[in-house]
Design a protein around this ligand. Structure first.
Ligand code: PLP
Length: 391
């Protein structure tokens, strides 16, 4: 046998392991100091009551002969797909039922979708970025080119006609920067993709944080996007499903005259056996009236945390974006500190942990990511400490 040597080309990711190592070293040398983690990319609030009720009911059903479910449809149960259709309808997007595929989360499908594309496609990825886009393509042996996201473009790069790319990743609201494209900016990407016959892989994992009605929550709010874009989304951040696992992928039939939709169905029915019935019933409960109210309370909690962080940065004139329509706050390290330098400065002086921006790409150097996924109490305490430190 011959191994896939492309794996040797993946850059080692030291980001989160180095953060963990530095934090544990500091903790063992300073056992009396309370460390506050504002670097977490995972939700911390539990599943809402309505979801738990649905999960329990579905578990009971599984124990009764008449309502037991074995293998389900690989592309998801109708009861959940129809709720998603309605959800999209709520922001003016009409999808056909068989354009929606239920997944076990956005991460898996962001990688799996690459099965549909030839290896000799060039991939365009913004820098800084969620590392999965780059690594999945390197594993397959594809060429990756970068487009700069920086302070000059507010971390929202627009198409550059001199760059030729076949597969384009867009993440909005963005991880790590929290930046969100408006309709005009997304239209520019759709026009570029159509002109070049490229496909956009649109990661909408954080769309639930958008509250401004004028900002697009789905790329299909842009005219023409159905002919050039695949969308990935998730219940992870929307409803705390990071450990429960459920998401969805939209492959419109307008793409390549239905060929990609057919290929994805074939791929899923061949390599995937669907998301558990119980989990899909839990996800369905998110769309009930009570479920919507409960998840909104959790999202508002995170958003309030983000505002608390943003306010202290504003007070001290620290340049930052994000937080408003995202759980992420992306700040420029004060006094031109480098990302890791600022990490050490916060850890040593006030025991607050964030994520160095340089870990997300070249353009992240000198920047830092804080998240609103901590508890209110910890967020407030961290902010009080920052307030004193930045005096
Ligand atoms: N896309 C982005 C941009 C993310 O930040 C994450 C997780 O942090 C994911 C996708 C993965 O989401 P899921 O839990 O649905 O796999």
């Amino acid at each position: 046998m011959k191994i896939n040597t492309n794996y040797q080309n993946i850059a080692d990711s030291y980001l989160f392991s180095t953060v963990a190592k530095k934090v544990s070293e500091f903790a063992s040398n300073n056992p009396d100091k309370k460390i506050i983690k504002l670097g977490i990319g995972d939700v911390t609030l539990p599943l809402c009551k309505e979801v738990v009720k649905a999960l329990k009911n579905a578990s009971e059903e599984m124990g009764v002969k008449e309502s037991f479910h074995g293998y389900g449809p690989e592309q998801g149960y109708e009861f959940l797909k129809s709720k998603l259709q309605k959800y999209y309808g709520g922001h003016g997007v009409k999808l056909e039922n068989d354009e929606i595929f239920i997944s076990d989360g956005a991460k898996s499908d962001l990688g799996n979708i690459l099965d549909l594309f030839a290896v000799d496609n060039t991939v365009l990825v913004p820098d800084p970025v969620y590392p999965v886009y780059v690594d999945t393509n390197i594993m397959a042996g594809r060429k990756v080119v970068y487009i700069d996201a920086n302070a000059d473009n507010n971390f929202l790069p627009l198409p550059d006609k001199s760059i030729k790319a076949d597969i384009i990743y867009i993440c909005s609201p963005n991880n790590p920067t929290g930046a969100v494209y408006n309709k005009e900016q997304l239209s520019a990407w759709v026009d570029y993709a159509k002109e070049n016959r490229s496909v956009i892989l649109f990661d909408a994992a954080y769309e639930c944080f958008i509250t401004d009605k004028d900002l697009p929550r789905s790329i299909y709010e842009i005219e023409g996007a159905k002919s050039c874009a695949i969308e990935f989304c998730s219940f992870s951040k929307m409803a705390g499903f990071t450990g429960t696992r459920c998401g969805w992928t939209v492959v419109p039939k307008e793409l390549e005259n239905g060929l990609l939709n057919k290929m994805w169905l074939r791929r899923q029915t061949t390599k995937f056996n669907g998301v558990p019935y119980i989990v899909q019933r839990g996800a369905e409960a998110v769309f009930s009236e009570v479920g919507q109210k409960e998840i909104q309370e959790n999202l508002n909690y995170y958003k309030e945390n983000a505002k608390i962080i943003s306010d202290v940065l504003k007070k001290h004139n620290i340049w930052h974006i994000g937080g408003q329509h995202s759980p992420y706050i992306w700040l420029k390290c004060p006094n031109n500190m480098k990302s890791w330098e600022f990490f050490d400065y916060l850890l040593e002086n006030i025991q607050v942990v964030g994520t160095p921006g340089s870990g997300f790409g070249r353009n992240g150097e000198g920047y830092f990511r804080l998240t609103s996924f901590g508890s209110r109490e910890n967020t407030k305490e961290a902010v009080e400490r920052m307030d004193k430190l930045f005096q």
